[in-house]
Unconditional design. Structure first.
Length: 144
């Protein structure tokens, strides 16, 4: 694996940021903009399973979220790439915007992703996570 070209780095960072934005906006139908149809993410295989068993289950019923990424480390080997990025995900309970002291859950960790170069650009083929810190009330993560 080598350091990426600027164009490859920019495309993969763009994909990481787009995935975070799709999660926060609950735009499940656009996951294919970033993730391959047969990707393995969060231990699930394929778009339908990823959306149903992870994204909707964790984020579908909670209030606003904000997934912030940084410290991108990307390596490319031909048409395959790996990325490592730090993540801080903030979750507010459903209806929490109107509460004086809403319940929150903050997860900080690492995204370890694999990417494939396709005719439509770089697409995620795998995502694994590592937890560094988990603070607050995880019960704010509820099925939608």
């Amino acid at each position: 694996m080598t350091d990426p070209t600027f164009e490859d780095w920019l495309a993969i960072v763009g994909g990481l940021n787009r995935m975070a934005a799709l999660m926060d906006a609950r735009e499940w139908d656009r996951i294919g903009d970033v993730v391959l149809p047969d990707a393995r993410c969060y231990g699930q295989l394929g778009h339908e399973a990823i959306v149903a068993n992870v994204l909707r289950r964790a984020l579908g019923g909670c209030g606003p979220t904000q997934h912030l990424l940084g410290n991108y480390d990307i390596h490319v080997d031909g048409d395959v790439a790996t990325s490592r990025s730090l993540i801080r995900a903030y979750h507010l309970e459903a209806g929490g915007e109107a509460l004086e002291e809403p319940r929150t859950y903050v997860w900080m960790g690492v995204y370890l992703d694999r990417w494939s170069r396709t005719g439509d650009g770089w697409r995620m083929s795998e995502r694994k996570t590592e937890t560094n810190v988990s603070v607050g009330d995880a019960s704010v993560l509820q099925p939608g």
